[in-house]
Design a protein around this ligand. Structure first.
Ligand code: UD1
Length: 366
């Protein structure tokens, strides 16, 4: 029986991979000719960033946890490579499937490839053009050595072709993160904060920030929050705080009172918050995809995006990283001048099944 490794490491990986596991387990097409081995690198290890996702999304318990934890980029990447290499030397797989653009993605892709194990990359070909972002480096390196490239958009296909990739290895399949969203949107869970703070639908903002250049400098970070507090006209801002932000260092007395700080939320509670919010303010890429499908306005605090379809088709706008540019976007938002957006092609809930079908064909030659 052929063995396929599926790599997860961080919160967004669990969401993407949940759809693959579900397709594997439930598809009428039947994928019993191969076995999956779910490898968790342990890049994210907080319960709220890891276990809660595994249980809510009915993901199988990972077969292996490499328990790497945090570190500098080089140390974390190297440690994942070392530990995954050990695993492969005990039992080699026939195919290594990586998702997204995090350190776990690139580390496992390199490790497998060096052992001549073919690599399939899900969410291949997206490019921000900004190589000061660690994710952009991870994307470029992963795609450059991947044998099979599964994409979420035609733009991603074009990027890969421009980089000289063989068309026959590129498969435009859609978006597995959206598969998971569509599969769960009718079983969302009302979060505590909604009840405790009596949040009314479409009457509050959700804020998420985790990119080092937005959150690592405490002074700039506080300044950013102050501006957002004003521009949201003191509407409640629910802010699930990512663990890289040291919550205790936030001087709350320097902030407007409309901020509601909460812990990172489990998936079903988080999507509930998003779906019912007036708008989302974020520096995340994945969130701009989810808000597009949920038709919720999304203001992205970045200058570039690797997901241009969320802007051209969806509800996302890049408000830049300079707070001086923010007011016009908030004015438009409050005046109702915001595109309601359409769902990008093939973001239809069937992407994982397309991928699994292709993988079962690929495995005949692995
Ligand atoms: C990582 C990904 C980013 C992704 C994000 C989703 C990389 C380069 N970055 O960023 O692309 O959008 O995940 O959340 O892979 N920490 C904890 N507990 C945890 C995880 C992290 O306390 O469970 C803290 C640690 O202090 C750690 C820091 O957060 O040093 C950063 O974690 P890391 O996994 O390196 O990057 P993220 O910022 O989470």
């Amino acid at each position: 029986m052929k063995l396929v490794d599926i790599i997860v490491g961080t919160r967004p990986n669990f969401v993407k991979v949940a759809a693959l596991i579900k397709a594997y387990k439930t598809s009428k097409l039947g994928f019993s000719s191969f076995k999956l081995r779910l490898v968790h690198t342990g890049q994210h290890y907080h319960d709220a960033m890891s276990n809660s996702f595994l249980s809510q999304l009915s993901l199988i318990t990972p077969d292996i946890n490499l328990n790497v934890g945090s570190g500098t980029h080089a140390k974390q990447t190297a440690e994942i490579m070392r530990r995954y290499d050990d695993l492969l030397s005990q039992k080699k797989s026939h195919l290594c499937v990586v998702v997204g653009d995090v350190n776990s993605t690139v580390a496992c892709a390199i490790t497998a490839k060096k052992l001549n194990i073919p690599v399939a990359h899900i969410e291949a070909g997206i490019r921000s053009g900004d190589d000061t972002m660690p994710e952009e480096i991870n994307r470029i390196v992963t795609d450059s050595i991947s044998d099979f490239l599964f994409t979420t958009s035609k733009t991603a296909n074009e990027n890969l072709i421009k980089e000289g990739k063989n068309k026959k290895k590129i498969f435009f399949v859609g978006n597995t993160m959206i598969d998971t969203l569509l599969a769960n949107v009718n079983r969302l869970v009302i979060p505590e904060v909604t009840k405790n703070k009596l949040l009314k639908p479409k009457n509050y903002f959700v804020l998420t920030l985790h990119r080092p250049n937005n959150v690592d400098n405490n002074r700039q970070f506080i300044k950013l929050l102050q501006v957002l507090g004003e521009l949201t006209r003191h509407w409640p801002i629910v802010f699930p705080v990512h663990p890289r932000i040291k919550k205790d260092l936030i001087d709350r007395s320097a902030l407007p009172i409309n901020f509601i700080f909460i812990d990172p939320q489990p998936y079903l509670e988080f999507i509930y918050l998003i779906k019912n919010s007036f708008a989302v303010i974020t520096d995340s890429g994945g969130l701009s995809e989810e808000t597009t499908v949920l038709r919720v306005p999304c203001l992205t605090i970045r200058n570039t995006t690797e997901r241009p379809e969320t802007v051209t088709l969806g509800t996302n706008q890049l408000i830049t990283v300079n707070p001086k540019n923010f007011p016009k976007y908030f004015n438009n938002l409050f005046q109702g001048k915001w595109d309601s957006g359409v769902t990008p092609p093939k973001w239809d809930g069937k992407s994982a099944e397309r991928i699994m079908t292709q993988i079962s064909k690929i495995l005949k030659n692995c």
